[in-house]
Design a protein around this ligand. Sequence first.
Ligand code: NDP
Length: 333
Amino acid sequence: NKTILLASRPKGMPAEDNFQFEESEIPALKDGEVLLKSLYVSVDPYMRGRMSDAKSYVAPYEVGQPVNGGIVAEVVDSKHDKLPKGAVVLGNLPWQQYIVHQGEGLNQVSPDVAPLSYHLGILGMPGLTAYVGLLNIGQPKAGETVVVSGAAGAVGTVVGQIAKIKGCRVVGVAGSDDKVAYLKNELGFDEAINYKTTDDINKAIADACPDGVDIYFDNVGGEISDAVYLSLNKFARIAICGQISYYNNTKPATGMRAEPILLKKSALMKGFIVSDYADEFANAAKELATWVKEGKLQYQETITEGFEQIPTAFLGLFSGENTGKQVVKVAER
Ligand code: NDP
């Protein structure tokens, strides 16, 4: 039974050697316990924050201890009243092939509603993030212009499509020509910009938003954000969801100050953590599932195969290897 531990804390960009594999025997089940087999493991940008020991909204991983995160797992043996063998659960679980667990905090998911991996993406944390952040902070109205950075990722793809459902003009910023083509041709974005090849990001944003920007859903920060601020309209709303371009910095980022623009444009900038809106999750999940079923929301995943590939898949988030939600399939149900 393999487990992945945090071997050391990264300085700057994380690497494979920050992780360590460990082999162990699966212990016998005691009363009240289940044996889980990991099926799909989520890798997410916020995990980078947990690899360092800086104080944040989730506790750091401990060196020498298992890394953990969102996992869909199957109950393969049970001495638990409520979790029978064959049930499928979603939980915050260690990166481990087989896990002995007491059941607390596990949510049973139905294998019939959607592919199981969707509970880590569109029907899970990233989908909810897109939904609550865009609708609560962005307050999109038909005809408005929405810019989303990190547009081809798990959160960004959902943000842009919900904005289209709400009747907005949507502009995505992403890191490859394939992603740009995908956003425009498959997801119906009105414009998309490859920030890695454009030689003038300020002009590219201004050109793509002839009526200015009403809503900016920010997943990345940095120069992309500065460019969007220059095109803000009066009463613009900015949802600060993620700042991935800074996560591997060893020094605080410096750059343009947004405050004078926020002032002149009476703009609102608000950071949020998805759990701030936990009381909306049930409704949000229902509406997301409906949109998926009706074909109004397209869903894309990058599925890497094999437990050993989890660290590599995680590291790939920082070089944009994924389109849509990055998950790792570690076993068949
Ligand atoms: P993604 O699926 O979007 O994967 C990360 C993507 O970020 C990569 O594919 C890459 O795409 C892009 N990226 C990586 N480095 C940079 C960089 N230096 N500059 C610009 N883009 C970069 O991840 P998620 O959808 O899961 O998360 C998106 C953001 O939302 C993250 O910042 C994350 O931390 C945040 N988040 C926040 C939550 C909250 O509660 N506030 C909850 C969930 C996520 P590309 O090819 O375009 O560069």
